[in-house]
Each structure stands twice: as C-alpha cells, then as structure tokens.
Design a protein around this ligand. Structure first.
Ligand code: BLA
Length: 308
C-alpha cells in the first residue's frame, strides 16, 4: 500500500483495509495487475512530483453488475503529465489492466499505453508508447534509439497476428502486440516489459522540452484529441466494459475517465476525424473496423522502419 494511493482518496478511510483484504484473496488467482500500477507510480514519484488527479475523487472503485467483479481506478497528474491513470478489473475468471499516460499539449512525447486482458485461456496484450505524430523525424526522435527494448522481448512475445487495421497507425515501431496462454514465466516477463516500457516513457517525459510555437502546441493537442476520440469510440474493451457495468456507466467511464480529454481538448467529432465511418443517415457506424483485420506479421523491421 503506497502512500500515494491513500492520499489520493482522503475520503475513503477504509482504503487500506479493502486493498489488503483484496490482495489476500488474490493469492488464489494466478495473475494480478495491481502491482503493475503500484510499481509505475513508485517509479514516477522518484522522478516527478505527482498529485492526485481531480478524477480520483469521482473514480476510485466500482463493483460490476454481477456484484463480484471489482474495478479499481487510479488517477494522477504532474506539471507536465495531464493524466496518468489506470484501471484494473478483477473477477474470478478474468483480469484486465488498462494504464495510460497523457502529456500536456505543450509536449509532443508519446502516449504511454498498456492494455492487458487475461482470461482462463488467453492473454491479449498491447504495450506501447503510442506516437502523437507519424513523421519520420518524430520516429527518429523518440523510437530509433530505444528499439533494443522491443528486441529484448521479441522472442518471448511474438506478433499477435491480424488486428483491426485502423489500430496500426496508433502504434509505434516499439509496440508489443501479442497473445499467449498464461504461464508464470510469461507473466514475469510481462511485468518486466511493462516496467521497461514505462521507464522509457518516464525518461522521455522528464527530458521533454516544452513547445513554445502555438501552432505546434495546437498540432499536439489535435493529435491527442484524435487519439482519444478513436479510443473512446472504438476501443476493443468497450463490449466487455458494457457487460460489466452497463451501457450508461461504461460510456461515462470511457469518456470521462479512461479517455478523459475527449470532451475538452478539441471540438472535432469522430466523423470529422474518421469520415469513412459515416453511415447513410449520418451516424457513426457500429462496425469496429472499416478496413477489416490486417497485418498478419509485424509491419516494422527490427530497426523500426515501416514495411507495411
Ligand atoms: C482485444 N485489444 C484487443 C485487440 C487489440 C486491443 C488490438 C485485438 C482485436 C483487434 O484487432 O481489435 C488493443 N487496440 C488495442 C489498443 C489500441 C487499439 C490498446 O487500437 C490503442 C490504440 N482490452 C482492454 C480493456 C478491456 C479489453 C480495458 O484494454 C476490457 C475492459 C478487452 N481486448 C479486450 C477483449 C479483446 C481485446 C475482450 C478480445 C475481443 C475482441 O477482439 O474483440
């Protein structure tokens, strides 16, 4: 129990107790992602002054409609990090972890993105520093020198096969996209990969120089807004989240917590950014994808060059 968590929810005097008892009950299940968030926060507070996000008062924990599934949220900010948030979902049959870090728009540093879904049979993993821009300069600046991080895990976590084609432009050459069945070894490797990617993101965050040119700041802001708009509308976790907490609550969690900023950072709509999703009557298509599944193999070479 790190002090950050307790200071984050001053109103919940029971916090320590709930978390301790949950930890205990977790010993029966194979995987818990709670320590992932704890470790990331610990690393962050070594480098930056973290404050609780105003979102933390509204979102700390929820119970699913089944009365059993637990959802736990953490949300922090710092002078340069607009939002660092995580959600861990735990039930008897499944564990989900969604952790993201979004910068203030004066910075063009990538978005930290860890999305882990674990059920009895399968793990679905995306771990990446999602790029804000697609330019070669940008790739060189942020990824070229750290491709070794990806290479270190390439063998144990091979490319997960075809995915929603639209997703690839939100991923960087560093992305770890993989599926595997659970084993102690894989889960330990996932933990160290998570921390290593997180450390790389943290280092970029600390080193980043603030953009002074208003048009560049606008570009960063729009790129982040486009990203949030995509994920708030089409993220693959939506279906499960709706099942767990119901339609209305899921929408609120998605737009206000997980992809916070979608209502504040810009005014463009989903259709403005992704017109190919417009249906005859002007609404957004329910389809997850227009282009379909693609990229059977990794579309970047080991140096991070896009090979399509
Ligand atoms: C599956 N999650 C997936 C897949 C991807 C991602 C690529 C494979 C299916 C596909 O190709 O769409 C993750 N996709 C991402 C991420 C980005 C993206 C991170 O575009 C970022 C830009 N996953 C979660 C959460 C839940 C979850 C919070 O992150 C549940 C609450 C569940 N993901 C989940 C499930 C599947 C999945 C159940 C398998 C079902 C499916 O493929 O539809």
């Amino acid at each position: 129990n790190h002090p950050l968590l307790i200071s984050a929810s001053p109103t919940n005097t029971n916090n320590t107790l709930t978390r301790t008892s949950k930890r205990f009950s977790l010993r029966v299940s194979a995987v818990s992602y709670k320590k992932f968030a704890d470790s990331a926060l610990q690393e962050t507070s070594k480098r930056l002054l973290l404050e609780p996000s105003p979102l933390q008062e509204k979102y700390s924990s929820m119970t699913g409609l089944d009365g059993k599934t637990q959802l736990e949220m953490l949300a922090f900010k710092s002078s340069r990090i607009r939002l660092l948030r995580s959600m861990a979902i735990e039930s008897e049959t499944m564990q989900v972890f969604d952790c993201a870090g979004f910068m203030e728009p004066q910075f063009d540093t990538p978005i930290f993105c860890a999305n882990f879904f674990t059920s009895a049979n399968i793990n679905i993993v995306v771990l990446d520093l999602n790029p804000l821009h697609q330019l070669t300069d940008y790739q060189d600046k942020y990824y070229k020198n750290i491709m070794s991080i990806y290479q270190k895990y390439a063998e144990i976590f091979p490319w997960g096969g075809k995915l929603t084609g639209e997703s690839i432009k939100f991923f960087s050459p560093l992305v770890m996209w993989t599926r595997f069945s659970s084993s102690q070894e894989k889960h330990e490797a996932l933990f160290s990969a998570f921390l290593e990617y997180y450390q790389a993101w943290l280092e970029m965050t600390v080193q980043a120089t603030e953009e002074m040119d208003p048009s560049q700041v606008r570009d960063n802001c729009e790129a982040q807004h486009k990203y949030l708009t995509w994920r708030a509308q089409k993220d693959p976790g939506h279906g499960l989240l709706r099942k767990l907490v119901g339609e209305a609550k899921a929408k609120e969690v998605l737009r206000d917590f997980l992809f916070n900023g979608v209502n504040e950072l810009g005014t463009k709509t989903f259709i403005d950014y992704f017109p190919e999703y417009q249906t005859e009557d002007g609404t957004v298509s329910d389809k997850r994808s227009i282009v379909g599944k693609s990229f059977e193999t990794r579309p970047w070479d080991s140096k991070g060059q896009f090979i399509g």
